[in-house]
Design a binder for this molecule. Structure first.
Ligand code: UD1
Length: 413
């Protein structure tokens, strides 16, 4: 593949900012928002509780002056797990929230115990119900909280609950993903008092009101990584513009170890993947700044044709090897044991009919299909559209041979 592409705005950066707007009695403007279905779903959910949401290309304006409902409807909540990120903001703004439990999904159980534990420490009561989360508070109060695991979503919920709580919250073992820093910077611009941004220990002192704010969403590190891995699987030279280079160091070092030439500037990455055939002796997914779980399936797809043996261990989500059976169908030599896969590289994969079952696994199948001999059809496009504005457009710009089948939810590669 040869070509260049501009990286879209970050899904996981935009979603918590959208929920945080609930704390602001006025208008929030977010630029560089990706036009993906998860963002549309969050916009729908915000509308159901009373926000006015308008899109103009990649700019979203959210007016949360009137919040009329703290009950998040089942349809929207089940469409998107990140609805859980409304817990903190709705408790902060309205003191109560009710939503269906988002429940598990293909990649894992995804419990909410850490969110609930942390919010309880802030004077929130949860009603014990199996399918519904009902929570209320007389007054959110600051607390010392140490998370048992640095959950990204729980860190975001605590921050959003704490910015207008009474007193000071000291949160330790907080997640330090770049999306958390973006959320803190957004809230600070709105008038929140947050110390320790970018570290695992945050100190947040509640303020009475937050003011209107405008912010630009950073580029999506997972989308940028997807395209680098697509190029690694197929060889060639690509250029990514507006890439969040600094946030991508773990992937860049893996690609270099595999033999790719990666030239990274502040917001541009150029990769020559001609020689990128080396295996990864051992790699495990980790919290930031380690190798992201969201890129694991795509890396596994690339390693199926590396020269040698690789072992990949998944430590964040228990169900993230769903693509293994499909890669085996394509001729990959890959064995799954517990939370590890062992891959012995083969010369070529064979194209075929592939079924996306979740967002990142779907993107990984597109990568496998691009690298395979012959034509493949990837079904389940709606999963991929949750996170990619237009994966077909971008991969074509990078020189990949890919097109939509008109009128069908498939991507033939
Ligand atoms: C976010 C990202 C997702 C990414 C993940 C890890 C968004 C919208 N999604 O998801 O793309 O893959 O971070 O980087 O930003 N856990 C519990 N109890 C809890 C919460 C989490 O056991 O209360 C577990 C989860 O089941 C999982 C692990 O902790 O095994 C990590 O989850 P978490 O960091 O919370 O991920 P999300 O915020 O859901």
């Amino acid at each position: 593949m040869t070509g260049e592409v501009r990286v879209q705005g970050s899904k996981n950066g935009a979603l918590p900012l959208m929920t945080a707007t609930v704390l602001i009695q006025g208008k929030t403007v977010l630029h560089n928002c990706p036009r993906i279905t998860d963002i549309e779903a969050m916009a729908d959910l915000l509308r159901t509780i009373g926000c006015k949401v308008a899109f103009d290309k990649n700019t979203i304006t959210i007016d949360a002056t009137h919040i009329c409902d703290t009950h998040c409807p089942q349809k929207q909540v089940q469409a998107m797990r990140s609805s859980i990120m409304l817990l903190g903001p709705l408790l902060g703004r309205c003191k109560s929230v009710q939503m269906n439990r988002p429940g598990g999904c293909v990649i894992g159980e995804r419990p909410t115990d850490i969110h609930e534990y942390a919010l309880r420490r802030m004077n929130v009561e949860f009603v014990a119900e199996e399918d519904t989360i009902t929570a209320y508070t007389e007054k959110l109060t600051g607390a010392d909280i140490c998370l048992p695991f640095p959950s990204v979503g729980a860190t975001e919920n605590v921050i959003m609950a704490a910015v207008t709580a009474e007193g000071t919250t000291r949160l330790s073992n907080a997640a330090i993903e770049p999306e958390i820093r973006l959320l803190c910077e957004f809230l600070r611009r709105a008038g929140a008092k947050i110390k320790g941004i970018g570290t695992p220990v945050l100190e947040i002192t509640g303020v009475d009101v937050l003011r209107e704010v405008t912010m630009s969403i950073m580029p999506d590190r997972i989308v940028a990584g997807t395209y680098l891995l697509a190029a690694a699987a197929t060889g060639g030279q690509i250029l990514l513009r507006d890439a969040p280079t600094e946030q991508m160091q773990s992937l860049i070092s893996v690609l270099r170890r595999m033999g790719a030439g990666v030239f990274a500037d502040k917001d541009m990455i150029c990769m020559d993947a001609e020689g990128a055939k080396g295996p990864c002796e051992f790699l495990r997914t980790e919290v930031y700044p380690g190798f992201p779980t969201d890129l694991q399936s795509m890396l596994v797809a690339v390693l199926t044709t590396a020269e040698g043996e690789s072992i990949v261990e998944e430590t964040i989500f228990e169900g993230r090897f769903r693509i293994v059976s499909q890669l085996q169908k394509m001729g990959a030599r890959i064995e799954e044991t517990g939370n590890r896969v062992r891959i012995s590289g083969v010369k070529k994969l064979r194209g075929g009919l592939l079924q996306a079952q979740e967002l990142r696994g779907g993107a990984a199948l597109v990568i496998a299909a691009l690298a395979a001999e012959g034509e493949s059809t990837v079904t389940g496009l709606p999963y991929i559209q949750r996170g990619y504005e237009d994966i077909v457009r971008d991969i074509r710009r990078l020189g990949g041979d890919i097109a939509y089948i008109t009128g069908e939810q498939n991507v033939p590669v």
